[in-house]
Design a protein around this ligand. Structure first.
Ligand SMILES: *[C@@H]1O[C@H](CO)[C@@H](O)[C@H](O)[C@H]1NC(C)=O
Ligand SMILES: *[C@@H]1O[C@H](CO)[C@@H](O)[C@H](O)[C@H]1NC(C)=O
Ligand SMILES: *[C@@H]1O[C@H](CO)[C@@H](O)[C@H](O)[C@H]1NC(C)=O
Ligand SMILES: [Zn+2]
Length: 448
């Protein structure tokens, strides 16, 4: 990570070593399977959030709903966490310093009940950047007490595969839009004919707790001394990708801590929300057609390199690896959700997914006292389409499919900026819930 006080000249940083810079920002320029040349990426100036406020508003009426829908369209000084949809809804909005007077006036003029969750978001971000392990952290020093940049996570994965080649193999889905590898691991203790669990994490760049949790899962599966965990680790194979949006993740360290999408360039704005880009009921609801918005679904279904990498890997391996469980990790809101997101239509094993989800949430409550909600995405959080897990379930027919919204709670004051002291408890409860999901699905015959 670059310390913020370093003056950042606008120079071109060449990734890896290469003279030639080739831009590959659109899927059609990036033939799959063919290695993408390293891309020259400008070292960005760092976004700042001094005196940016976080408001939580309560929409009391249809009028309030329309008001905030109009505001979201009109103002890029207000970043919405979700969209205004229904009366009764609570909505979290980040308001830049230059607009706090206007925004405050607006909520008072229309009698909108509101709370200020944070008065100076930059202070949280500064504290969070101080919790990042320094450059040069070795795989031996890798831990869950700090956040780690992409390079350290990848070095750690490499070292696992070197140290325990009989159990761990390194997976690489190929290059991202900007030429970074998308690395993961396969953990297999060698029993035959097992089913596999696939874990996708970090598709939304700013949700740092997700890669931290995925690496914690890997560590537990390999190193736990708990016989129950050892037994579970050995009765499945595991395919785990901590950061499937490496360009975005890197950008949250160098450019903007609040970045969510990939880094593909479209006119004046960058980024497709990869979790709106999967080719299953693509772009039907809860996604934007505007590349400047945080939930841009992309120019077409599956347009993005990163989406294609995941799709190809899963299509290629779903039968041979017998992938029966698909988990994706996000934050925040404390939820364990299953398909669908695009409609209220119930999946065929809705009842099992609902019951297993409830047991997983109960497990978390027993472990840490935290309250997680469980239900379908459509019922639980908000309608959205093009998510990876809808595709994994609806298209690939992977029966046990969940996505987590990890800590903090839905009315969190920190949003995605979770203190590093929460990594271990968050990852620990998520892992306990994963055990419950796998055990319960096993009992119901999903792994035969
Ligand atoms: C806001 O509430 C005040 C006092 O309750 C009332 O007089 C006013 O008309 C309300 N304004 C709007 C826009 O609803
Ligand atoms: C694994 O599956 C194959 C093909 O179904 C079968 O021939 C083999 O006996 C199985 N091995 C074990 C250990 O169950
Ligand atoms: C995706 O949906 C949005 C919102 O309905 C629409 O404006 C946009 O044109 C759609 N994108 C494409 C490529 O069809
Ligand atoms: Zn997310």
């Amino acid at each position: 990570m670059l310390p913020q006080w370093t003056p950042l000249p606008l120079l071109l940083l060449l990734l890896h070593q290469s003279g030639a810079a080739s831009f590959c920002t659109k899927a059609d320029q990036c033939a799959l399977g063919q290695e993408i040349k390293p891309v020259a990426v400008p070292v960005p100036a760092q976004a700042r959030y001094d005196y940016t406020r976080i408001y939580q508003v309560e929409l009391a009426s249809e009028e309030h709903v329309r008001l905030f829908q109009a505001l979201e369209l009109a103002s890029d000084s207000c970043s919405f966490m979700g969209h205004a949809r229904v009366p009764g809804q609570k909505l979290t909005i980040m308001v830049t310093a230059a607009k706090v007077a206007d925004f405050d006036d607006l909520v008072h003029s229309y009698n909108v009940t509101h709370r200020i969750l944070n008065h100076n978001f930059q202070a949280l971000i500064d504290a969070n950047y101080r919790e990042v392990a320094p450059e040069g952290t070795t795989p031996e020093q890798f831990d869950w007490k700090r956040y780690h940049p992409l390079e350290s996570i990848y070095d750690w994965l490499d070292s696992l595969a070197k140290k325990r080649p009989e159990v761990v193999s390194l997976l690489d889905l190929g290059s991202s839009t900007q030429g970074l590898p998308i690395k993961g691991v396969r953990i297999a203790f060698g029993k035959e004919n097992l089913t596999s669990v696939f874990v996708e994490s970090g598709i939304h760049a700013r949700e740092w707790i997700a890669p931290a949790t995925a690496t914690y899962f890997i560590d537990q599966l390999l190193n736990s001394e708990d016989p129950v965990v050892q037994e579970m680790a050995r009765s499945h194979n595991w395919l785990i990708f901590p950061s499937v949006n490496p360009d975005g993740y890197r950008y949250t360290f160098q450019g903007d801590r609040m970045w969510r999408k990939n880094r593909a360039l479209f006119g004046i704005c960058r980024g497709v929300d990869l979790n709106r880009n999967f080719p299953f009921h693509w772009n039907v609801t809860g996604a934007s057609g505007d590349p400047c918005r945080y939930d841009y679904s992309g120019p077409s279904a599956g347009s993005e390199v990163e989406t294609q990498r995941i799709v190809q890997f899963l299509e290629h391996n779903v039968q041979s690896e017998r992938i029966r469980t698909f988990i994706s990790l996000h934050s925040y809101s404390q939820m364990i959700m299953f398909p669908y997101g695009h409609s209220a239509e119930r999946v065929e094993n809705y009842q099992d997914l609902k019951e297993i989800g409830q047991l997983a949430a109960q497990r978390i409550k027993d472990v840490s006292g935290r309250i997680y909600k469980s239900g379908s995405i459509y019922e639980t959080i908000y309608p959205s389409s093009g998510g990876s897990k809808d595709w994994a379930h609806g298209h690939l027919k992977i029966p046990i499919t969940y996505s987590y919204e990890l800590r903090g709670p839905a009315d969190s004051e920190d949003l995605f900026i979770l203190s590093a002291s929460e990594i271990e408890p968050t990852a620990g409860e998520a892992f306990a819930a994963l055990q419950t999901i796998v055990q319960e699905a096993g009992k119901r015959g999903y792994y035969q």
